[in-house]
Design a protein around this ligand. Structure first.
Ligand code: NAP
Length: 292
């Protein structure tokens, strides 16, 4: 079998086009969606992520504000900026790029963001709302995965879903979203015994480990949908050494799976798209409430 490719770039282009139209309509109403991004320190990968987010905003007609702080910035200074942005009615989303330098209390910084502007969906109140099935800003990566499943017409209700990874930003919210959509969900992690015995039962397998080529064809049920969240580089000695790859060994897996996301071009583009979606949604709420 050769798996159907779930093309995150194509879906992303479609959704971003719709979001650009919504942003233009809101701007006409006097509320241009605006995302504020805070970057602390000199992590090169973070700088690239922030650049991509800002560029995606501009392309969709979303205003972006960027605040850079040096590696040795005082946490109080960053918290003061968050308070200022919380109070600014013209700002609809606030994102603090993670990871923060070690002297920062990451949790305290995330909790300082107003719940209604927490477009990354990492605030404890948004996480709690998600777990209770209440409307909330959902974390962008798992939310993007749900959109990919919807776009690919993958039945979720009643499906056996296995999520590998239990991080707060991917694995846990992914499991909650799948549960709410009616899947029967198993969460695996580094302490799971006999990982393959779980993955081989999965109709939907979401892999968020962070280790190159960890999931191989023999771990996949024939016809399953495989969603590869991982972003890694092919290891030394591999013919594609240094190039981007996922957590799934794509060549083999795509011979067994029924549908699969590639890396790059799968989950990655949808993560930024859902950030834009949350920002537009926040601006819509402001406009409906008569704000700006
Ligand atoms: P993380 O916080 O490091 O979590 C990794 C998870 O994988 C942990 O729960 C860990 O278990 C589990 N794990 C590690 N080794 C394992 C093994 N051998 N077998 C089974 N489980 C294992 O990573 P993350 O932030 O969730 O990110 C995961 C991957 O997704 C990374 O490659 C990251 O770059 C990528 N990512 C991509 C996007 C995107 O937009 N495409 C967004 C976010 C993240 P324990 O909890 O027991 O340690």
């Amino acid at each position: 079998m050769t798996a159907r490719i779930l093309d995150g770039n194509a879906l992303s282009a479609q959704v971003r086009g719709e979001l650009a139209e919504q942003a233009a309509a809101l701007t006409q109403r006097g509320v241009q969606p605006c995302l504020a991004v805070i970057l602390v320190g000199d992590n090169p990968a973070s700088a690239v992520y922030v650049r991509n987010k800002v560029a995606a905003c501009e392309k969709a007609g979303i205003r972006s504000l960027k605040f850079d702080y040096p590696q040795d910035a005082e946490p109080a200074e960053v918290l003061a900026k968050i308070a200022e942005l919380n109070a600014d009615a013209g700002v609809h989303g606030i994102l603090v790029q993670l990871p923060l330098p070690p002297r920062f209390d990451e949790k305290a910084v995330l909790e300082a963001i107003a719940v209604g502007k927490d477009v990354d969906g990492f605030h404890a109140e948004n996480v709690g709302r998600l777990s209770q099935g209440q409307p909330a800003f959902f974390p962008c990566t798992p939310h993007g995965v749900m959109k990919i499943l919807e776009y690919g017409d993958i039945p979720v209700t009643g499906a056996d879903a296995v999520v590998i990874g239990r991080s707060n930003i991917v694995g846990k919210p992914m499991a909650m979203l799948l549960t709410q959509a009616g899947a029967t969900v198993t969460v695996c992690h580094s302490r799971t015994r006999d990982l393959a015995s779980h993955t081989r039962r999965a109709d939907i397998l979401v892999v968020a480990i962070g280790r190159a080529l960890e999931v191989t064809a023999d771990m996949i049920k024939p016809g399953a949908t495989v969603i590869d969240v991982g972003m890694n580089r092919f290891p030394a000695g591999h013919p594609k050494e240094g190039k981007l790859c996922g957590d799934v060994e794509f060549e083999g897996a795509s011979q067994v799976a029924g549908a699969i996301t590639p890396v790059p071009g799968g989950v990655g583009p949808m993560t930024i798209t859902m950030l834009l979606a949350n920002t537009v949604e926040s601006a819509r709420r402001a406009a409906d409430a008569g704000g700006r």
